[in-house]
Design a protein around this ligand. Structure first.
Ligand code: NAG
Ligand code: NAG
Ligand code: NAG
Ligand code: NAG
Ligand code: NAG
Length: 390
């Protein structure tokens, strides 16, 4: 028993010594060695940096990872490698703990179709002293650059407008719902604003219409139209993005063709029309016919009038044609007033006929005033004009 007890005591001593030794080894592997691979900086564990899209190759992403330890020989305490380096966008220089952009032969493009908005890699640190491994996440946020111009979806746009459309009416909404200009940049760099520019090849177009809403690009009529003055406007529309710093804004232009449709606003006129200077009125017109006396009507009819009696409505192009006014001809009055016995005028064809032979002893001349009316089909006042026949 005695001997056994000593043995136990010895064992106890031995254990004590062993424990002491182990402890002293722990002291030898000093605490700082466990600090290797940890971040020396305060703050969140992930390293987050931002970089502009299209940054050149070699752009420094992270100046220094601030990981405790020496990552190169001699005296190396840690080893650094990159993990999850999708598409090799990042290059690690372990000695300086520095990260670079690798855009060799390509462009870091944040916009579609590539749409690279963030790059996330892990820097794996192996503690060469104690064999532990720590992963440090690096998030590289790609910032949008205004590198794309707006683009119109169609080469040109078209609308037709009746000349009687009131000022202030919306005449064009064709830029809405992505049918106008789009810009693949992000945020304000990709937001579109519409405006109307002065068009040297149609100088009045920028006064005739205006933008009702700069974001949707609806176009309003700004001035009264007149088909008889101008039948087509070429409106130069600009789409520009809204980059925060105005000089960086990019834009595109397109032409909106506005065709004016004839409305029923004018009366008829006799042809040929010779305009009174600077007006839209025709000079008075005289048609003439000569009748041999005492000749049977059948030999004279239809009477040869020069120029032929003809009138048109001045609204020549009302659409559809079935809406165009019908022209009707009448003899309004005449001199001498027996004219009714001698002449008739076909209301629709303006063919003038003699009804009975004329004696030169009784009549040397008849003067007939012809009236023409445009039969109005849908609105506005009825206008008429008269002319002389002698
Ligand atoms: C791209 O940048 C990396 C890192 O600076 C550099 O090693 C490499 O040679 C560069 N490539 C080109 C084509 O310049
Ligand atoms: C850089 O990127 C290119 C293209 O993906 C790749 O071929 C090359 O190996 C990368 N370079 C490095 C040093 O990772
Ligand atoms: C149209 O353009 C001309 C020439 O730039 C300018 O003088 C005029 O003010 C513009 N009209 C409108 C309504 O902006
Ligand atoms: C119309 O203009 C011409 C040339 O300018 C002129 O000779 C003529 O007198 C003018 N007629 C009228 C009615 O003003
Ligand atoms: C007018 O002329 C048209 C076409 O020739 C004819 O159909 C019509 O009967 C004529 N009207 C009169 C009143 O003679």
């Amino acid at each position: 028993m005695r001997r056994g007890r000593w043995l136990v005591r010895w064992l106890g001593t031995g254990m004590a010594i062993l424990a002491l030794l182990t402890h002293s080894w722990g002291q030898a592997t000093e605490d700082w060695q466990y600090e290797e691979c940890k971040l020396s900086r305060p703050g969140p564990p992930a390293t987050i940096v931002t970089i502009d899209e299209e940054s050149p190759n070699g752009t420094v992403l992270v100046e220094n990872m601030q990981i405790n330890g020496r990552a190169q020989d001699p005296g190396r305490t840690i080893s650094l490698i990159l993990l999850d380096n999708y598409d090799y966008w990042v290059i690690l220089e372990p000695a300086r703990q520095r990260l670079y952009l690798n855009s060799t032969g390509r462009i870091l493009d944040r916009d579609p179709p590539n749409s690279i908005t963030t790059i996330v890699v892990q820097v794996q640190c192996t503690n060469e002293l104690v064999g532990t491994v720590i992963l440090h996440e690096v998030r590289i946020v790609v910032r949008d650059k205004n590198d794309n111009s707006p683009k119109f979806q169609q080469p040109r746009y078209y609308v037709s407008v009746n000349e009687l459309t009131p000022v202030g009416t919306t005449i064009f909404t064709g830029f809405s719902g992505n049918n106008g200009a789009t810009d693949i940049d992000d945020g304000p760099n990709g937001h579109i604003e519409y405006s109307i520019l002065y068009n040297p090849s149609d100088p009045v177009s920028n006064n005739t219409v205006r933008v009702g809403n700069t974001l949707s690009g609806i176009i309003l009529l700004a001035e009264r139209l007149n088909y008889e003055d101008k039948t087509r406007y070429l409106v130069l529309v600009q789409a520009s993005d809204r980059a925060p710093y105005p000089p960086n804004r990019l834009s595109a232009t397109t032409t909106l063709t506005v065709d004016i449709l004839d409305g029923d606003d004018l009366g008829p006129m006799f042809l040929p029309c010779i305009l009174v200077n600077n007006t839209r009125d025709c000079n008075p017109l005289t048609y003439r016919a000569t009748i041999p006396e005492l000749t049977e009507p059948i030999k004279l009819n239809p009477l040869n009038v020069t120029p032929p009696i003809r009138a048109v409505d001045m609204d020549r192009n009302i659409q559809p044609p079935s809406d165009r006014p019908g022209i009707l001809y009448y003899i309004l009055v005449g001199q001498p007033n027996t004219y009714r016995e001698y002449f008739s005028l076909n209301q629709t064809t303006a063919v003038l006929r003699v009804l009975k032979p004329v004696s030169r002893d009784l009549y040397q001349r008849f003067t007939l005033i012809i009236k023409v009316t445009a039969e109005i089909k849908f609105h506005l006042l009825s206008l008429s004009m008269w002319h002389l026949l002698s």
